[in-house]
Write a protein that binds this ligand. Structure first.
Ligand code: ATP
Ligand code: MG
Length: 290
């Protein structure tokens, strides 16, 4: 029944809330016990009633979402269903026609551009599908990591280099390649470098848009394993867009299924995948199993 337990052990404690009604997976903050207090229950990011049209197309149609500290939420759905648009709106990159986004009580849509950029450099991270969108290709691997550290105030050259070497190692890149430019790296390495650059500031919330898209299947599997380990280790909250149901199964506590800008189904990952309620989710799950 439960494929996950027979195949790959889940590194993060699986949600224990009653399958039926519960909406909140247990908080996963380090050191927090189960049900650990109100602070842990407060969402990191909350969005309500997000709506955005491009002409006749409803890219987002009354979308609600909450992400809690340490929680991994997958967004799945066919091409054009609004997944990237949702990430862009949640991270303040794009304005919706209507709706609200709040990060720890701050109004994301009302924030100045400077304040939003500051968040993006520190407490938030964005891992793009194409590493070229998240890396500076003309800057060395170490420089890519160091640059983000410096943006948060780090100044000491030796410390920055040490941190860069540490993070390269963590993403399984040989730190002796620190002075090479990313263009010399394979696609999988570039993606791991982008992840190192993102995580070096220890963000609380990371947006990932198809981080394994465009990579060979074997490389994808390795990258997913790495993401899974880092996310569990650092207690990151992650909102990950993926076409890949297996990746959602592996990584996410909860998932949202989108179609034509609408969240047609959401819930604990196991519940959604093992007992899909919406016909579109049923189709999605059965087409993967077929
Ligand atoms: N800047 C834009 N201008 C006009 N239409 C847009 C724009 N961005 C997105 N769209 C449209 O909005 C809809 C949602 O697009 P979005 O990129 O969010 O989908 P997606 O779920 O991320 O798809 P994919 O899986 O292919 O990346 C699509 O119909 C798309 O064509
Ligand atoms: Mg997209």
């Amino acid at each position: 029944m439960n494929e996950r337990s027979s195949k790959t052990p889940h590194p993060i404690p699986p949600p224990q809330a009653g399958e039926g009604g519960a909406h909140l997976p247990p908080p996963l903050l380090a050191g927090e016990g189960r049900g650990g207090g109100l602070a842990a229950q407060t969402p990191l990011l909350t969005a309500r009633d997000l709506t955005l049209r491009f002409g006749r197309i409803a890219a987002l149609d009354s979308v609600d979402i909450d992400i809690h500290p340490g929680e991994v939420v997958a967004i799945v759905g066919e091409s054009g269903s609004g997944k990237t648009t949702l990430l862009r709106v949640l991270s303040g990159l794009m304005r919706p026609d209507a709706g609200e986004v709040s990060y720890l009580g701050q109004d994301v849509l009302g924030m100045t551009e400077a304040a939003r950029r500051r968040l993006m450099r520190t407490e938030w991270g964005f891992v793009h599908q194409n590493p070229r969108d998240g890396l500076r290709m003309a800057v060395s691997a170490g420089g890519n990591i160091g640059e983000r550290l410096m943006a948060t105030g780090a100044r000491h050259y030796g410390n920055i280099r040490d941190q860069a070497a540490h993070w390269l190692t963590r993403v399984e890149i040989d730190p002796t390649r620190m002075d090479e430019v990313p263009a010399k790296f394979s696609g999988g390495m570039q993606q791991r470098l982008q992840i190192a650059r993102t995580l070096v500031t220890l963000p609380k919330l990371v947006f990932m848009d198809e981080p394994t898209g465009g990579l060979d299947v074997s490389v994808q599997a390795r990258l997913l394993d790495l993401i899974r380990a880092l996310v569990a280790d650092l207690g990151l909250a992650v909102l990950i867009v993926t076409h890949d149901i297996a990746a959602a199964r592996l990584l996410a506590h909860r998932m949202l299924v989108m179609r034509h800008g609408v969240v047609v189904e959401s819930g604990l990952t196991d519940r959604v995948l093992d007992d899909p309620q919406h016909p579109y989710t049923q189709l999605l799950v059965s087409s993967v199993l077929a």
